[in-house]
Design a protein around this ligand. Structure first.
Ligand SMILES: Cc1ncc(COP(=O)(O)O)c(C=O)c1O
Length: 388
């Protein structure tokens, strides 16, 4: 049976360049030995540059982003540390679930979906409970399109002596991150979003201070325990610097994409994503949609979420884009199911070429249900200036 193809404007995975995909059909190579170690080590080195870290150890775990999430928690749990999980969305809630699966010492700070975390509220929580030694947060909450204040919470954690674990699955490679300068303890990402690869690898970065906390913890697990990864990186460095068999084609695809990302330039990339996000936000507003993140300053530059139009429910828009225009966008998750739609603009889909046809298709769907919209109306909104 042939699988129908759609243009992927969902928040990951995304449409990829053929050169990246070609690695998936390249002849298999061995996941050990001199040649392989060169490829693996170079990929890790490039990832460090994207993360802007000189100090962290970086690992490439086969699996989805969630395996990196589980590894961070497993390595820091074992009931040694009190964990505080911040959640304002579906993926924050997933961190809560994982934390509770591994530890009985979990506190949760919830905040409104669609609004960024209030740094003062986090500080109050750290003041109230001086036992908290690990704080867990999502940088870009893909389920709502909110960007949480990573840099500020990193500084707080430093002041209160806590290790910050940050989910950068939807931001690494698209949004500014300075791992060392922002005092991040563990960063977790995934290949299928702004890193411009198919799904299947979870990059994990661990700071020296996070290692101290990991060493003190008696966290369980083998594959998901980062101590295992550190052991192989050190002891088997010259022929098999990871504990398991690696997806070698995918790793080569990642290496290729990372070169492209760095060649474009990190700040140029962040600006490109910002400009496309501004274009999408303005266009949707101009077409009569209410954005799910009301404050532009709290919005991700890689995902935009909006509520259904008064005359066009979110589900009907998603369905019409798929059936009439062969464009896939995302829907709402859990309590937002049926209420919002989400557009991903990441890597190659954070371009006018990828996004303008999506916006024109949305206009077409609006017209098809009797809403008066002129062609290109969404694109006529004035563009805000970055930093204003
Ligand atoms: C912010 C965030 N965290 C975690 C995940 C989980 O990633 P995966 O589905 O690769 O396990 C996702 C996936 O969309 C995400 O957007």
């Amino acid at each position: 049976m042939t699988v129908k193809r759609y243009r992927l404007r969902i928040p990951g995975p995304i449409d990829l360049e053929p050169e990246v995909l070609s690695f998936m059909s390249a002849p298999l190579i061995a996941h050990y030995g001199h040649d392989w170690v060169e490829i693996y080590t170079e990929t890790v080195t490039l990832l460090k540059q994207v993360w802007q870290t000189k100090e962290a150890s970086v690992f490439l775990m086969p699996g989805p982003g969630s395996v990196g999430m589980e590894a961070a928690i497993a390595s820091l749990s074992g009931d040694t540390h009190q964990l505080l999980v911040l959640t304002n969305g579906f993926f924050g809630d997933r961190w809560v679930t994982i934390a509770r699966a591994y530890s009985s010492r979990v506190s949760v700070l919830e905040s409104t979906w669609g609004r960024a975390f209030d740094v003062d509220a986090v500080e109050q929580a750290l003041k109230r409970d001086r036992e908290i030694k690990v704080v867990i947060m999502v940088h870009g909450e893909t389920s709502t399109g909110v960007l949480n204040p990573l840099r500020e919470i990193g500084a707080l954690c430093e002041r209160y002596g806590a290790v910050l674990v940050a989910d950068m699955v939807a931001t690494l490679g698209g949004t500014e991150i300075a791992f060392d300068d922002w005092q991040i303890g563990i960063g977790v990402s995934a290949t299928q979003k702004c890193l411009e690869c198919p799904p299947g690898l979870a990059p994990v970065a661990v700071s020296p201070r996070a290692w101290e906390a990991i060493e003190r913890s008696k966290g369980p697990g083998w594959f998901v325990n980062l101590r295992t990864w550190q052991h192989f990186a050190r002891e088997w460095a010259d022929w098999h610097p990871h504990p398991v068999t690696m997806p070698t084609g995918l790793t080569q695809a990642l290496r290729f994409s990372l070169h492209n990302i760095l060649e474009e330039g990190l700040s140029q990339r962040w600006a490109r994503h910002w400009e496309i996000a501004a274009l999408v936000r303005n266009a949707l507003k101009n077409l009569g949609f209410e954005l799910f993140v009301p404050d532009d300053r709290e919005a991700m530059n890689t995902v935009t979420a909006a509520k259904g139009h008064p005359k066009l429910p979110a589900a009907a828009l998603i369905h019409a884009l798929k059936e009439k225009h062969q464009i896939l966008i995302g829907g709402g998750l859990e309590k937002l199911a049926g209420q919002i739609f989400r557009i991903g603009h990441m890597g190659p889909t954070a371009t006018r070429d990828a996004i303008v046809p999506t916006l024109l298709a949305i206009e077409d769907v609006l017209r098809s249900v009797g809403i008066a919209v002129e062609p290109g109306q969404g694109l006529r909104a004035p563009m805000p200036v970055m930093g204003s």
